[in-house]
Design a protein around this ligand. Structure first.
Ligand code: ATP
Length: 267
């Protein structure tokens, strides 16, 4: 059984909105999955079901073999970390180090291990010099790294990043890519919700396309970005490389920028 198993899951909010309509999905350790789709497609609702913030109305969500109905949200969150789209929904400590170490207090760790994990997460997120700063004296793009560092410190098996690239400059984007690569190499499952198609093309081999509460397509970047029907269903733009390659009459170039440059040189 895969580490994440979603079987025919639905979620209906108390106001009657059926946000997820019978979704099945599985992911194993070491996989990185990008969930893409138009606003309101159900992406956030689905990942909230994965980390236990929401339970399925029907169907099942199993994490490491156990239904999320049989665990408290806190128990599920110990396995599935969630970096929210808006860091200000998660940050409430007075210093960066306190914030990153906060969730560790609930784990059975000695102080030296807690300190080691905080220092490592700060370093990886480029926050070592900001440890004693108040998070709210730092820019939003940096606050996003604080919430990311908190999840890295807990070291959950699954890490969900909601729109991680929003508002990041090139250095931030590169840092996020390095973090994803590092986590994947350590066997984590990385799940990202994003509208940033270039980021998807460069960092994720598996893409799940959602529209109207359902998964409408799934596959690798090459397949999905050439699936015009799926891209239209999700009202998404193709990334520039495959779009230009197709317009030049060379769809086989796929996502390869070097091949595209060569095709342009050849005319
Ligand atoms: N707390 C809530 N109560 C009622 N309806 C909700 C709630 N949260 C989301 N919805 C509705 O559920 C549907 C799916 O929303 P969801 O936030 O999961 O989509 P999304 O794909 O993550 O969108 P976005 O890209 O805008 O974040 C939408 O119709 C939304 O209005």
């Amino acid at each position: 059984m895969a580490y994440i198993e979603v079987s025919e899951a639905t979620h209906t909010y108390p106001n009657g909105v059926e946000a997820i309509k019978g979704v099945s999905f599985a992911a194993g350790l070491g996989e990185s999955v990008a969930i893409i789709g138009q606003n309101g497609a159900g992406k956030t609702t689905l990942v909230k079901m994965l980390n236990g913030l929401l339970k399925p109305t029907s169907g099942e969500v199993r994490i490491d073999g156990v239904s999320t109905r049989e665990r408290t949200p806190a128990q599920t969150a110990r396995r599935v970390g969630y970096v929210f789209q808006n860091p200000d929904d998660q940050i409430f400590n007075n210093t960066v180090a306190a914030e990153v170490g906060y969730a560790l207090k609930r784990l059975d760790l000695d102080e030296a291990e807690r300190e080691r994990r905080v220092a490592e997460a700060l370093e990886r997120c480029g926050l070592a010099a900001d440890a004693e700063m108040n998070p709210y004296d730092l820019p939003l793009s940096v606050r996003k790294f604080i919430t990311l560092a908190s999840v890295l410190a807990v070291d959950t098996d699954v890490m969900i990043f909601d729109e991680p690239t929003a508002g990041q400059d090139l250095a931030g984007l590169n840092r996020i890519a390095e973090i994803i690569e590092y986590c994947q190499a350590r066997g984590k499952i990385i799940i990202t919700i994003t509208h940033d198609m270039e980021f998807v093309a460069q960092n994720f081999s598996r893409i799940v396309v959602m529209a109207n509460g359902r998964i409408v397509a799934e596959g690798n970047a090459d397949a999905i970005f050439h699936d015009t029907e799926a891209m239209q269903a999700a009202r998404l733009n193709q990334p520039i490389v495959p779009a230009l390659a197709a317009a030049l009459g060379h769809p086989e170039i796929g996502l390869d920028l070097d091949q595209l440059a060569e095709a342009l040189r050849r005319g």
